[in-house]
Ligand binder design. Sequence first.
Ligand code: ADP
Ligand code: MG
Length: 343
Amino acid sequence: NSQLNNSYTFENYIEGDCNRLARSAGYAVANKPGTTSFNPLMVYGGVGLGKTHLVQAIGNHIKSNNPDKFVLYVSSEKFVNQFIESLKTNNVQDFANFYLLVDILIIDDVQFLSGKEKTQEMFFHIFNHLHQSGKQIVMTSDCPPRDLKGLEERLLSRFKWGLTADLQSPDFETRMAIIYKKMQSDGIHIPDNVIEYLAYSVDTNVRELEGVLISLIAQSSLNRKEIDLELAKAALKHIIEDVETEVNLDFIQKTVAEYFQVSLDSLKAKTRKKEIVTARQVAMYFAKEYTSHSLKSIGYHFGGRDHSTVIHSVQTVSDLIDTDKKFKASIQELQKKFKVKAV
Ligand code: ADP
Ligand code: MG
């Protein structure tokens, strides 16, 4: 039993700037285990960023191409517990023999070995044996090897023999892609504005993003309500405690640009075309209204304009709201997209 979960694959592991190196190194290892210079492969990164998924995908890929190979996935916690158990029952030799038979050893969260000297000694022994026999070792850790406290130096130096690659927090595009992929595989439809809103709001890690999605889907079916922006905002408030009650400035710019059908860049450019000027002024108005950016900061984010330009824009928009019914209606429509607090 390899302890692999076959729902973790490369096919459903979204590639992005945040994981490109780790993913491609992982893919290389998966295709040529033990024979690339990426041995060991060490993937590190914070919680929920996809370490376990990636290393399991490596294991599953190898397993399906080489059914006869002994691929083993083990968490470091389990490794420690098994080892302690073997000490108690006088079966240390069996424990070691079992691991020496493995062709591909995937060991997750090695930071857990910290301070456990006897276990580290055993792991050192297994590591050396496997590595010398050309067997592939894949590890994950929640921090770079140099920051792994409580691990023996000789072990750390071996971790650096191969390739160390990190996983970063997913960028906006990757978050969008992950939501799309999840919707696709679950056969669920979520409107584009909701997807964007979620991708903007949940920028911590993938696990949290998935949690929000699951909860949103659940609330939608419980309340027999279609998934829309209101529901998403409400769901987010329940899930993430310190949800930003503030709307992101990028989100405002993007939404306003889209609404007025002008490019995002033009909001920050010098151009004084009427429709662009209007869009720009409206975006500044919302930035003032819904973010805590100072006038100076807002100006800065609109192509380095000064704060008096921002004041003028806000004033112009306020005046138009009072005098132009049609304009007022479009502002109200936009407003709906930004009101987080009002839920
Ligand atoms: P970690 O081990 O780093 O804490 P996991 O591998 O458990 O993180 O990932 C958390 C969740 O996010 C899992 O459900 C995983 O499938 C998903 N996930 C992480 N990264 C990606 C990605 N790039 N594409 C698709 N799903 C991802
Ligand atoms: Mg993990």
